[in-house]
Design a binder for this molecule. Structure first.
Ligand code: MG
Length: 279
């Protein structure tokens, strides 16, 4: 009898183990990637953001006191030529195929695989992005791209974006990549300041808090305080494109410390949730 129970247990455990081994792999980014890649809701959200940006651009052009870069734009900017500062990844260009690859392989971001992806020039425009950039250019507004892609990745990035008709800047270098100058760190304030010296910044667009302010790397309470400080800017001179797949929102709960294990990061993110205790 004991032997039969032991045998039954062994078969049961074996089956359970087998099911787990053959089950669908779990990855934290599946839903977010599916949403950005396939939902009409994402496409609608993006078109909404760029439609608003177009209205705000017209408004800003008429108001010489308007600036989107309050920390970087110093006095006397009213007579400067107008510009917009736009992030590239997940703001203008959709890299969800790279996210999809990470989900399928159950792996995480790595500069080497990212660089290989960039070099394939396989990114596609976010809905509404090309049309907005072309509209801005048609109004005499210089379109600057401030991206944390590297200088080494700039040629492939230019090829990829030129193919879709993004304005390329003419005789001005409008692609300001990370570390092209010693003080151009991944915090974008120094690059915004570089543009703000010569241009009045009408709008900033991004998918990440760091596309708007350098005060993005705090914990959640600190980020919320910075958000509140700038509350009047959102939807006016600061316009966000939704990106639920990655960004400083995700790393804030684990202190932006990517040396932590996946389990520790997931634990910290779970700990940050508001959760109903249940029935
Ligand atoms: Mg981005």
């Amino acid at each position: 009898m004991t032997r039969i129970i032991a045998l039954a247990l062994a078969i049961g455990l074996g089956l359970a183990g087998g099911v787990a081994a053959q089950g669908v792999p779990q990855n934290d980014n599946l839903n977010a990637t599916l949403w950005t890649q396939r939902s009409v809701e994402f496409k609608g959200t993006a078109l909404t953001a760029f439609a608003l940006a177009k209205l705000r651009l017209d408004e800003a052009l008429k108001d010489p006191n308007w600036t989107a870069a309050p920390d970087e734009q110093k006095g006397g900017f009213g007579s400067l030529p107008p510009a917009v500062i736009l992030d590239i990844d997940e703001t203008l260009m959709d890299n969800s195929a790279y996210q999809g690859w990470m989900v399928m392989k159950d792996t995480s971001f790595d500069p080497k695989t990212w660089n290989a992806f960039v070099n394939t020039r396989a990114s596609v425009p976010i809905p509404g992005a090309v049309e907005f950039c072309q509209y801005a250019e048609s109004k005499g507004v210089k379109v600057f791209y401030v991206s944390n892609r590297t200088g080494e990745e700039e040629p492939a990035t230019r090829d990829n974006m030129a193919k879709f008709g993004f304005p390329m800047g003419g005789n001005v270098d409008t692609f300001l990549m990370a570390r092209e100058r010693p003080d151009w760190t991944s915090a974008k304030g120094t690059r915004r300041a570089h543009i703000a010296k010569d241009y009045r910044v009408l709008l900033m667009m991004g998918d990440n808090f760091g596309d708007f302010t350098d005060e993005y790397r705090g914990g959640e309470a600190e980020r919320l305080a910075v958000f509140e400080k700038h509350k009047a800017r959102w939807g006016r001179e600061w316009i966000v494109v939704a990106n639920p797949t990655y960004g400083s929102f995700e790393s804030a709960p684990f202190g932006h410390d990517f040396k932590k294990s996946q389990d520790d990061r997931r634990q910290a993110k779970r700990g940050a949730l508001t959760a109903w205790p249940g029935p």
